[in-house]
Design a protein around this ligand. Structure first.
Ligand code: ZN
Ligand code: ZN
Ligand code: FE
Length: 762
């Protein structure tokens, strides 16, 4: 593959105290010095800038932008994306866009700034060890906002009248806390309390925090009320404590996130690139998925935190409360959302007592109400760019800027990993992560967020967009809104979402791969290649279909997907192949039932899903027969590749037909079976499988002849698959695009639905 680094365009949107502090001249000088053409401008929405150059130079520019910024400039949010080259020739300061957008900008919550942190740990400061310290540059925003404009009476801080000292800071234009709406101190602000499981106060203020730290050290589970909700916290080194948390939370195997005591601690256990370090320390401070150091055999993290996982999800403390707690502890903790299994995160301490009483041993709470739930965001750096996998704290509800102005629209998202979106002008506001709409609590949270966004942005949408799946709760809700309804095919929404955030116009070949989506032929789609133009979309190609015996049950049991796959090739003979793990895992009587279901096509829907193909192959090679969480088999198949470097790929066939091109995996399955016969290592089979998927994309791209290829859908959370596919497409002369600010999974569907509704004539 070529090593020449093509030029790219970097777009950066910066919000914070960056206006009137010489930020634009600074950007101009930096861009000139680094010989990067582009532009910078100011608007009420923040500082926007674009520069063009080689990837390495752009990374350096990005890091210097923060490190060398003017002393009085404070960055509260920095979002960047890489876009197709525009062809700038010089750098210019563009005129301020005075008109701007009329929609008010709601800022996300901002991680504690260095100045506040210094004060919190300065014994001489009046805010020494005060967990609610904040200033104009940092602190809660979205999570305390009750109405616009953003003024103290409109926040949950309204109940705390400022003391004289705080009021003085608030009114003094020279002070860092001038008009800092959540300004507070130990005299006038929120307080901590430690409660037992019945809500009885055990201690207050710093004593409460120290007692909570002691409980964590003893191996107890402490529910901590944080910024956008509760965390459940345990000692991350204590395997017994972590397993106890898993059992009580009914979260058996899904990886848990850590909060680390310091950057140095993380560096000792994980490989960190400069962009990853930036992300860990950023105002957004998300959970960052980092590669564990292979040599750190025993890194002190309990095995049950992320079993078998080559990555760790790690964040640094992002509020003074977390900073003080972690300083007191000096150890890493598991900090997972305070909920039962897949329910939304708890935000209210009385609610927490009820819902978390069977999980937590004690509760560290405070009296600043949380206006709305905001989970921790999850991101990773992939191919030298950020990829946001769960968009919540630090990011939501910042808008995505689209190419053309849109009418006011509402999009209700999909079913899993639900988030909603609304549009106004050329901005799309994507909500914080809501979750899987599987429980009453989750559906209630969905309704709250929809109402919330209507209220905040004073919306009167002219249309509502929903998934084409008639039974999704989100779709049913959209049907009841009395608005024109635009029904959007799931995989089309994925592709539009990817196009929108990359600023792409059609035509595009969209590769939309995920677990499940309602197809327009009533089968389950998920291995789709869609040609998207400004006029609409057509299904160019898809993976060969197979049946899923047991329907829904097959999603939890990859062995069923494997049986369906084998049945497609071998028919009834499948059930005699005892040497295959998925077949052997069923008793003879169960096999008869499966066979009957397949023969009679009862509860055995057809699917073209790439996610289910992952499942089937994972089961076939004996890696994972049944799963405990969505996507587990595919994740483990990716992890299995660890340490293997090969370009070998399993074969496949393209079958032209009357309709879409069929990507036939039959030769792939045949080869897997013969490799199994030779006792080949799982790692090599996993690599060959992933490589084959990348080659499928390249082959269909050649066939379709579109230069622009957009990769979307949950399968592209897979690092190996995404990197391999992008590299191969680039090597073959295509321009691949993938997600950056918006998740490739169903969390990005609402953005795509907005774009679809805007295009629709309905
Ligand atoms: Zn601050
Ligand atoms: Zn005060
Ligand atoms: Fe999807």
């Amino acid at each position: 593959m070529p090593t020449a680094s093509p030029k790219e365009r970097l777009r950066v949107v910066i919000r914070g105290a960056v206006q009137g502090v010489g930020f634009r001249p600074f950007v101009y000088r930096l861009a000139k010095e680094m010989a990067l053409p582009g532009w910078v401008s100011n608007s009420p929405q923040g500082v926007f800038l674009e520069v063009e150059g080689e990837e390495e130079t752009l990374h350096a520019f990005l890091l210097r932008l923060e490190q060398e910024r003017p002393p009085r400039a404070s960055i509260q949010s920095l979002e960047y994306s890489f876009l197709p080259l525009h062809g700038f020739t010089e750098f210019e300061i563009r005129k301020s866009d005075g008109a701007g957008e009329r929609t008010a900008l709601v800022l996300p919550d901002i991680a504690t700034c260095p100045e506040c942190l210094r004060e919190v740990f300065d014994p001489a400061n009046r805010r020494y060890l005060y967990p609610f310290t904040n200033c104009t540059n940092c602190g809660p925003r979205f999570s305390i906002l009750q109405a616009l404009p953003y003024d103290r009476p409109n926040t949950t801080m309204a109940r705390f009248p400022m003391c004289e000292a705080c009021r003085h800071e608030y009114q003094n234009p020279e002070d860092r806390r001038f008009h800092a709406q959540p300004n507070a101190c130990p005299t006038c602000g929120p307080r901590l309390e430690l409660w037992d499981g019945h809500g009885t106060t055990l201690s207050s203020n710093h004593a409460a925090l120290r007692a909570a730290a002691l409980a964590i050290r003893r191996g107890e589970i402490v529910a901590v009320k944080g910024l956008g909700g509760f965390h459940l916290v345990v000692d991350a080194r204590d395997d017994y404590a972590v397993r106890r948390l898993r059992t009580r939370k009914e979260r058996e195997e899904k990886p848990l996130a850590l909060m680390a005591p310091s950057l140095a601690w993380i560096e000792g256990r994980c490989e960190i690139s400069p962009l990853e370090e930036r992300l860990l320390l950023s105002p957004e401070s998300p959970i960052v998925l980092l590669r564990r150091r292979p040599e750190a055999e025993s890194d002190g993290v309990a095995p049950s935190v992320a079993p078998g996982n080559p990555d760790l999800g790690v964040m640094l403390p992002y509020t003074p409360l977390h900073h003080i707690l972690l300083r007191e502890l000096g150890i890493p903790v598991v900090a997972t959302s305070g909920n039962l299994s897949d329910e939304p995160i708890c935000t209210d301490e009385r609610d927490a007592l009820e819902r978390l009483s069977d999980i937590a041993d004690c509760f560290l709470v405070h009296d600043r109400p949380i206006a709305r739930h905001v989970d921790d965001s999850v991101a990773r750096v992939l191919l030298g760019r950020e990829l946001v996998l769960r968009r919540a704290r630090g990011y939501a509800p910042l808008p995505v800027h689209v190419l053309r102005p849109l009418p006011q629209l509402l999009a209700v998202g999909a079913h899993l990993k639900n988030a909603i979106a609304v549009s106004s002008g050329s901005q799309v506001f994507v909500s914080q992560h809501i979750g899987d709409l599987e429980t009453v609590h989750a559906f209630a949270a969905f309704h709250r967020v929809v109402d919330d966004f209507h209220r905040l942005y004073e919306l009167t949408p002219v249309k509502v967009a929903a998934d084409a799946h008639p039974d999704y709760l989100s779709t049913r809700d959209a049907q009841r809104r009395g608005l024109p309804l635009v029904s959007v095919q799931h995989h089309y929404a994925h592709v539009l979402s990817c196009m929108a955030e990359n600023g792409l116009d059609g035509p595009v070949l969209g590769v939309s791969w995920d677990g499940t989506g309602y197809g327009s032929d009533q089968t389950i789609w998920g291995g789709e290649f869609l040609r998207v133009t400004d006029a609409g979309w057509t299904r160019t190609a898809h993976l060969r279909t197979f049946r899923l015996p047991g329907g829904e049950q097959a999603i939890k049991e990859p062995r069923r997907a494997a049986i369906g796959l084998l049945y497609e090739l071998f028919g009834d003979e499948t059930f005699a192949r005892d040497e295959l793990a998925p077949v052997a895992s069923f008793a003879v009587r169960e096999r008869t039932i499966l066979q009957q279901a397949l023969v009679r096509r009862l509860n055995s829907p057809l699917t073209s899903s790439a996610g289910r193909l992952f499942d089937a192959v994972a089961a076939l090679i004996g890696l994972r027969l049944t799963t405990r969480f969505e996507g587990q088999a595919a994740m483990e198949l990716e992890w299995a590749i660890q340490g293997v470097h090969t370009d070998e790929a399993y074969p496949f066939r393209l079958e032209p037909g009357d309709g879409p091109l069929i990507v036939d995996w039959a030769p792939l399955v045949q080869e897997v079976l013969s490799d199994l016969g030779t006792g080949m290592a799982n790692s090599l089979m996993a690599a060959r499988f992933h490589n084959a998927l990348a080659e499928m994309v390249v082959a269909v791209a050649r066939h379709a002849g579109e230069a622009q290829v957009a990769l979307s859908g949950g399968c592209f959370q897979n690092r190996y698959l995404t990197e391999r596919t992008v590299r191969r497409l680039t090597a073959e002369g295509f321009s691949p695009y993938w997600h950056q600010r918006i998740p490739p999974n169903d969390g990005g569907i609402a953005l795509g639905q907005i774009l679809a509704a805007a295009r629709s004539k309905e």
